[in-house]
Design a protein around this ligand. Structure first.
Ligand SMILES: [Zn+2]
Ligand SMILES: [Zn+2]
Length: 338
């Protein structure tokens, strides 16, 4: 099979490797058809992601066709179109027993801590493989994983119809969150410093947008919330300064959802949290969200196509990474087609 390995930082080479062995009883062998390139992959590529080191095969936003199944697998069969949930958990620890497998004490995301799907075949436990209908095109199916992140953020945020939410960051994840929030008819203010992203946010139904480099973020949030402050903020960039800024514009009782992996501390005065009884909630990967996301795609409740900026063949994956790095402002999501 072809495998695109990060052979050194800033260099991915497509090489010929041996095909994987037959799937074990509980496993499914998937022939990958499309894969999305994520911000995590970009960090891995340039060497700024602690867990991704050469010679890793990255890639965790994956769709493909079932090539073979283990003898105990009944959920899918050869030829099915499937999407892969990249979250691998132990199933035994305290959090797994609570059903919160995405924060398993030994959770692993494929393409990060173990090899992923920038290659022709991958073997996954059957519980990580979900069938989707032919009506969903391959390119779009690669975007189910980022939408699963948005579905998890919906759950963690407790967003309700009609509620006003502020989403800081209008990159691919922010724009998936926007669509997930609009799906349930919440009102959304999208924030970014890049106009092209805000234009896309507008097209995808944002109620308000603000370029926080050009306008006052605080004023905009208070205008948007009729002076009351934000009830819900999603910090979808992962920068401590933005978390500090977000906290300042919250209403009493607000929820703040964070998804970043930044290791630098944010300066947050305890009094602000206490006084307003703020809830700061983390959201990580996804917890069994794929069946739900497949329905969103099937019913056309979200528009994944709008996020796809370009499609590259697997052979050109290194060029795809270089092009994204060259023009991050105008490239939203890149899909690799095998
Ligand atoms: Zn991702
Ligand atoms: Zn576990």
């Amino acid at each position: 099979m072809r495998a695109a390995r990060l052979i050194e930082f800033n260099k991915i080479a497509v090489m010929e490797e041996s095909d994987p062995s037959k799937p074990k009883e509980w496993e499914v062998l998937v022939r990958i058809k499309t894969a999305g390139i994520c911000g995590t992959d970009i960090h891995g590529y340039e060497g700024s992601h602690g867990a991704i080191k050469p010679p890793r095969i990255m890639g965790h936003e994956l769709a493909g066709e079932v090539e073979d199944i283990g003898q105990d697998v009944t959920s899918v069969k050869k030829g099915d179109r499937v999407v892969i949930d990249p979250v691998l958990s132990c199933g035994k620890c305290f959090t797994c027993r609570q059903g919160r497998n995405n924060i398993c004490s030994t959770v692993k995301c494929i393409g990060v801590a173990v090899d992923g799907g920038f290659c022709d075949f991958i073997k996954m436990p059957a519980e990580n493989v979900f069938k989707f209908p032919v009506s969903i095109p391959w390119e779009e199916a690669a975007l189910m994983e980022p939408f699963s992140i948005a579905a998890q953020i919906c759950e963690r945020s407790g967003i309700k119809p009609g509620e006003k939410a502020v989403v800081v960051g209008s990159g691919p994840i922010g724009l998936c969150v926007l669509q997930a929030f609009k799906r349930i008819e919440a009102q959304v203010l999208m924030v970014d410093v890049v106009d092209s992203r805000l234009k896309l946010a507008n097209e995808l139904g944002a109620d308000e947008t603000i370029n926080s480099k050009k306008e006052s973020f605080d004023k905009k949030v208070y205008d948007f919330t009729e002076g009351e402050g934000a009830q819900l903020v999603v910090e979808a960039v992962g920068h401590p300064a933005l978390l500090e800024q977000a906290l300042k514009v919250t209403a009493p009782g607000a929820r703040i959802v964070v998804i970043g992996f930044n290791e630098n501390p944010a300066k947050i005065p305890e009094v602000e949290i206490t006084k307003k009884e703020l809830e700061i909630r983390g959201s990580r990967l996804n917890r069994h969200k794929f069946p739900e996301v497949i329905k969103w795609f099937e019913k056309r409740e979200v528009n994944p196509q709008a996020l796809i900026s370009a499609v590259y063949p697997l052979e050109d994956i290194d060029k795809a990474f270089k092009d994204i790095k060259k023009d991050p402002e105008n490239i939203c999501k890149v899909v690799i087609k095998y």
